[in-house]
Design a protein around this ligand. Structure first.
Ligand SMILES: Nc1ncnc2c1ncn2[C@@H]1O[C@H](COP(=O)(O)OP(=O)(O)OP(=O)(O)O)[C@@H](O)[C@H]1O
Length: 204
């Protein structure tokens, strides 16, 4: 298993954001995506997850191998913790949700409605979902927002286990997660946004 991006360009709201993004990750690797606010970390992850098309270039393998965790937790508010995980496990064909409950310290909260969880507990449940997808590539957008130190540790442990099992993890984050990984600053891939001005002028 490897994950490869070649000469990728992506846009947001019709405006070019990144261009010329190329890298390859091998099984077991984690890559931290860095760069200032607005540089395009979320845009890149959304493109990798298949939520928006690439403007140019290729991503291999495709979105059916990606588990994406966005800024929002994406929980079903009226289902319990256990029911939320069971829902996603059924979608992805996973039999056993217990390892996911244990990994993110959710066992005692299993019967609580997602609506009634604290922000950090919601985030833990959102991340536990990754474990029932069975997908080899995790694309995570600021995954530790709202997490306390102990929960950041649970997250780091889950990432390490995923990578030991041959998985690949991409993490967009501004903070130090205590995870040993290479970092890629997306600033070097900032798109030349002059092109949109030329476009406008041509039609005025
Ligand atoms: N829905 C949208 N429509 C138009 N432009 C958008 C939209 N969402 C984001 N953008 C713009 O796209 C660019 C890239 O945003 P993106 O969210 O990918 O950056 P980011 O690196 O993840 O930022 P941050 O570190 O603040 O989370 C920014 O200039 C942003 O203002």
């Amino acid at each position: 298993m490897s994950f490869s991006i070649s000469n990728l360009a992506c846009a947001r709201g019709g405006i070019p954001v990144l261009e010329g993004v190329s890298f390859t990750l091998e099984a077991g690797q984690t890559l931290l995506l860095r760069g200032p606010n607005g540089i395009g970390k979320t845009t890149l992850l959304r493109t990798i997850a298949g939520l928006q098309p690439a403007a140019h270039g290729s991503i291999t393998p495709g979105a059916d191998q990606i588990a994406y965790a966005a800024h929002a937790d994406g929980l079903k508010a009226t289902l319990t913790v256990k029911e939320n995980l069971r829902f996603w496990a059924d979608v992805f064909g996973c039999d056993d949700i217990e390892p996911a409950l244990v990994a993110f310290n959710l066992t005692e909260l299993r019967t609580r409605l997602a609506h009634n969880l604290s922000a950090g507990q919601k985030r833990r449940l959102g991340l536990a979902r990754l474990l029932v997808t069975g997908r080899p590539i995790w694309a995570l957008d600021e995954p530790t927002v709202s997490l306390d130190q102990e929960s950041v540790g649970l997250f780091a442990t889950a990432v390490a286990a995923h990578c030991r099992a041959g998985g690949i993890t991409l993490i967009a984050t501004h903070i130090d997660l205590g995870i040993e990984a290479e970092a890629l600053d997306l600033t070097q891939f900032r798109a030349d946004r002059q092109s949109e001005d030329h476009f406008d002028e041509a039609f005025l």
